[in-house]
Design a protein around this ligand. Structure first.
Ligand code: ATP
Ligand code: MN
Length: 522
């Protein structure tokens, strides 16, 4: 009885084991040979869908890119960016719709390495064109600027003006003379470091108010004709844009000017003048160096601190005074642009300018084909200008600057020249809100420079530091570091990802056009 029972149980166990082994074998065979018995649920959700037949050679890179891109087609974020945030696709932007952003944050939790974009950049230009033709896109999304960069002549101000730069020229003079047609300074410029050092340490000889613009700015004179544009600190770093302030009534933040210079340099644009922070002594470095109109606005506050308010159209009154703490004042110092005599600038109205009216909307906010219009108008119809506006849109989106009403270029370089990045005092105001409408130029035109896209991918994927880390490191050398409140640094990384998702979205869609037979070369 006892023995027989045991045997029966052994037999049962043996049977179950054999069945299990057989079933496992069957499963393994199914997965290996793709017999289709297991259906989708056995494929891990993050696993790649590999195309059944892949041609070798040239075609395989193309197929690999296509597969990856198409895999992303139904990603929540991608659809979200295109359907709700892109004016070119459907509804106009709704600044009140914070849902757009929330969904973005939800969907970004899983690490996305943008392998589809990386694959796309690896394609040969004819493969990229083929993909574009398949999608009925007339214009390329990614413009290859590498060859153009190598070929283009890049004369400096001194070359154009035929000025011989003497060895005893001042640092700012030398800097002005080397400004070139395509950038303010070359990568790794020692002159930039020297300018920053001088603005931080040289004695202040004279202080005057700068006219023009809406908020208080001072012109600082140092020895050797060095000049800087000073914006005072008004608030602690953590102060956010007041919810009822329009972008055009928002206070300027001195630290935003400093951070914007570092970001512009890290992104490889080099279109912003060098800016540093510095602590000033209110009495000896401001009050004793001021004259006339500015001097008459100095007063002593009830808590015995020296204050001033200057004269300007916004926030230049006793209730918005700038006071020492107790006698120290922090501010940003931007190296002065060349004089109007040496290199006058031309001021351009930004095509994606906001309405600057409490109720009115700008044309780009309601016209889904606005970019097609801009593309045909000089100077946006040739050379680098439209690409520069795309870079500016990325730059402003990263810093949250909605105040780009105009921009400037140096007249002596003509139209095929870089756009200056000036006036970033209204950036870095809302670290917990990503203002997608700032990306409207990029999302409506579906256009980005290859070099900019590669830089963003590098800051997102590595190798090297994340954008927030690179910014933290770059700004750590500033005398008034830390420059940014941590949530702003977190926002930078989050926004890089949003730009990349926007580009992915662009690569997947066709383009509204009257003449879809005309396909531009990359
Ligand atoms: N580094 C600089 N050196 C010399 N001039 C400068 C510099 N930066 C800006 N400016 C000039 O100063 C003027 C006003 O600067 P900015 O735009 O920063 O002031 P603003 O008060 O913010 O102006 P607005 O309120 O009109 O936006 C601009 O026309 C610009 O040409
Ligand atoms: Mn401004």
């Amino acid at each position: 009885m006892f023995r027989g029972g045991l045997k029966l149980r052994e037999r049962l166990v043996l049977c179950v084991s054999v069945i299990t082994v057989l079933f496992t074998l069957l499963l393994v065979m199914d997965i290996q040979m793709d017999l289709g018995m297991t259906k989708k649920h056995l494929v891990p959700s993050h696993g790649r869908v590999i195309a059944p037949v892949q041609k070798e050679g040239l075609e395989s890179a193309y197929n690999s890119f296509r597969n990856r891109l198409l895999q992303k087609t139904h990603s929540g974020l991608s659809t979200n960016v295109s359907k709700e945030s892109l004016p070119s696709e459907t509804a106009p932007l709704d600044p009140k719709n914070t849902n757009q952003i929330n969904v973005v944050h939800e969907a970004t939790k899983e690490m996305d390495n943008f392998e589809d974009l990386v694959d796309y950049l690896d394609l040969e230009s004819h493969e990229r064109k083929k993909f574009r033709v398949d999608l009925f896109r007339v214009h390329p999304v990614v413009v290859d600027d590498a060859n153009e960069k190598k070929r283009r002549p890049n004369p400096s101000i001194s070359e154009i003006k035929k000025i011989n730069v003497e060895s005893n020229a001042t640092t700012l003079e030398k800097f002005h003379m080397q400004i070139s047609k395509h950038e303010l300074y070359p990568e790794g410029s020692a002159l930039v470091d020297e300018l920053l050092r001088l603005m931080q340490t040289e004695p202040i000889l004279h202080v005057a108010q700068k006219t023009g613009g809406t908020q208080l700015k001072l012109i600082i004179d140092y020895p050797n004709e060095l000049q800087a544009l000073f914006k005072p600190m008004r608030f602690p770093r953590e102060q956010q844009t007041l919810p009822n302030h329009f972008y055009f009534t928002d206070y300027e933040r001195h630290n935003a000017e400093i951070a914007a210079f570092h970001l512009d340099r890290l992104l490889g644009f080099r279109r912003a003048m060098p800016v540093t922070g510095r602590l000033l002594n209110m009495t000896t470095e401001l009050y004793q160096r001021a004259e006339g109109d500015l001097l008459s606005t100095f007063f002593v506050s009830p808590s015995d601190n020296l204050c001033f308010h200057g004269k300007c159209s916004y926030y230049c009154d006793t209730s918005h005074a700038i006071c020492g703490n107790p006698d120290k004042l922090e501010g940003s110092f931007a190296a002065f642009l060349p004089s109007g005599k040496l290199a006058p600038t031309k001021v351009w109205r930004h095509p994606w300018r906001r309405s600057y009216h409490k109720r009115r909307k700008a044309q780009w906010e309601t016209d889904p084909n606005y970019c097609q219009l801009v593309r045909d108008i000089p100077p946006y119809d040739e050379h680098r200008r439209l690409y520069d506006l795309m870079d500016m849109s990325v730059f402003d989106f990263l810093i949250g600057n909605m105040d780009r009403h105009h921009y400037e270029t140096f007249k002596l370089f003509g139209n095929d020249t870089f756009t200056l990045h000036l006036d970033h005092g209204r950036g870095f105001g809302k670290p917990f809100h990503d203002e997608i409408s700032i990306l409207a130029p990029l999302l409506q035109c579906c256009l980005i420079r290859r070099s900019t896209l590669e830089t963003l991918i590098r800051f997102h994927n590595g190798p090297g530091l994340k954008l927030s880390e690179a910014m933290r490191e770059s700004m750590s050398r500033d005398p008034v570091a830390p420059i940014l409140w941590e949530p702003h640094l977190v926002a930078l990384d989050r926004r890089v990802e949003i730009v990349l998702k926007g580009i992915r979205d662009c690569l997947q869609k066709s383009e509204p056009s009257e003449d879809s037979n005309k396909i531009e070369d990359v």
